[in-house]
Design a protein around this ligand. Structure first.
Ligand code: ADP
Length: 455
């Protein structure tokens, strides 16, 4: 990051509307900026580290997210009571909720994220797709807008060729998608997709696009300020997934050609500027066998895997988010051209059985966190701490940075060996297996990698 002295004109106090490792991550960024924080917590998180390390903490309700971390009224009351002037939403929960961002604006509290109008446009995948297409960002062949009838779906699918994927425009979290292999299956699938979308996302809008059977998932990190400056901070390769959930991410991608990276980044920069997007964001793409990228969606928030980009660029993305929301300019925040150094990998350490993937909440009876050169651990875990069963199972993020991909892999293996968690099961053994797979080491994998060697 550019200048050593702290910038003026920041917030006087920030409320962190989240829990777990990301709440702690935001608190750390605020400490680095000298901004006091307020943690909000559910009854299940009373003894958590964010509560301990924030300057103030307020209980906002019972364990159930709907009555605590998703309860807009409780959170706004806590913000007013503690007199904060900004809210950081983290990821998940209310982070992409345009209505929440609007309530913040109406309450004169700065929401650290894009404007509500931009959040809602990006939250509808089909709309985001149309916008990206208008600015020349490559999208997969598919329907022009929301599907109006079975006939239209059959005609479009016939033109682009099977398999196709039906997607709920308001969908997310890997849900609301259906793959169709032949025309005879289309009608029934469309009806079901519309019904499910209506029930789960309160919008029955469905569109279709070409299904790529062995894609790589590659996403671009960006920062955009409120003055029209946009920077693309390289990409992350997130193809090591299970059921569309990312397990391991790295930067740079071992597969992305530099001409494709440059071409897509340039188009993206124009699109993001034209949309009036501000703050941090991620634009997700699928790569086909030919190495070409196709837009799939925008995540208008900080992402779980942001530390790999921080490792290779040296830029504190959460600090940048806060400064952008305070009106600072990107040239000021970055202090010069973005430079990329080495290779970084992140392993998501989940509280789950590494064989069955069943959640494994409970008390941590023994803990050794690895460290040493090139290693970073972002976690809310501590000795005798409890991982509650009510939320996602992420316990820690282990990030290894090296001057080459090989060095990052070696450091990650060493750190996984030194990472001890007792009392609950974790995905550490799974990561150890991934790191010695020849296809992983050679960089030759796609989103089916886990499925292929794990029945
Ligand atoms: P969500 O918002 O639910 O995460 P995405 O649109 O980001 O949904 O897609 C999630 C994952 O689903 C991708 O990483 C990829 O593995 C798979 N996927 C999505 N669209 C396609 C497609 N057109 N072809 C093949 N796989 C896809």
């Amino acid at each position: 990051m550019g200048k050593p002295s702290l910038p003026s004109g920041l917030f006087k106090k920030i409320l962190v509307a989240n829990r777990g490792e990301i709440a702690l991550r935001v608190i750390c960024a605020c400490k680095d900026l000298g901004i006091p924080t307020v943690a909000v917590y559910s009854e299940a998180d009373r003894n958590s580290l964010p509560v301990r390390f924030a300057d103030q903490a307020i209980c906002i309700g019972p364990a159930k997210s709907a009555r605590s971390y998703l309860d807009v009224r409780s959170i706004i009351s806590a913000a007013e009571l503690t007199n904060v002037d900004a809210i950081h939403p983290g990821y998940g929960f209310l982070s992409e909720n345009a209505a929440f961002a609007e309530v913040c604006r109406d309450s004169h509290i700065k929401f650290i994220g894009p404007r509500p109008e931009v959040i809602s446009a990006m939250g509808l995948k089909e709309r985001a797709r149309a916008i990206m297409k208008d600015y020349g960002v490559p999208i997969l062949p598919g329907s022009e807008g929301i599907l109006g009838s079975v006939e239209e779906a059959l005609e479009t699918a016939g033109k682009i060729g099977y398999p196709i994927i039906l997607k709920a425009s308001a969908g997310g979290g890997g849900r609301g998608m259906r793959i169709v292999h032949k025309p005879e299956e289309l009608e029934a699938n469309l009806m079901q997709a519309q019904q499910e979308a209506g029930a789960a996302f309160s919008s029955a809008d469905v569109y279709l696009e070409k299904y790529i059977s062995a894609p790589r998932h590659i996403e671009f990190q960006l920062l955009a300020d409120e003055h029209g400056n946009v920077e693309i901070l390289g990409e992350r390769e997130c193809s090591i997934q299970r059921r569309h959930q990312k397990l391991l991410e790295e930067s740079p991608s071992p597969a992305l050609r530099s001409d494709v990276r440059e071409r897509v980044s340039a188009k993206l920069k124009e699109a993001i500027k034209a949309i009036g997007y501000s703050n941090a964001g991620t634009v997700e793409f699928l790569m086909d066998e030919k190495g070409d990228l196709y837009f799939i969606e925008v995540n208008a928030r900080i992402q779980v895997e942001h530390p790999v980009t921080e490792a290779v660029t040296g830029i504190d993305l959460v600090k940048a988010q806060i400064r952008i929301a305070a009106g600072h300019t990107l040239p000021d925040i970055l202090g010069g051209p973005v430079q990329f150094r080495g290779h970084a990998i992140e392993c998501r350490i989940n509280a789950e059985n590494p064989e069955t993937f069943q959640p494994s909440p409970g008390r941590i009876t023994g803990l050794n966190l690895p460290g040493g050169i090139g290693i970073r651990v972002d976690t809310h875990a501590f000795q005798d701490g409890v991982i509650p069963p009510y939320y996602d199972s992420l316990v820690a993020k282990l990030i290894a940075h090296g001057s080459t991909r090989d060095e990052a892999i070696q450091r990650m293996k060493r750190a996984l060996d030194l990472f001890i968690v007792e009392g609950i099961h974790t995905s550490i053994p799974l990561h150890k297996r991934i790191l010695v797979e020849p296809d992983f080491i050679s960089g030759n994998f796609d989103t089916n990698f886990i499925k292929r060697w794990m029945p």
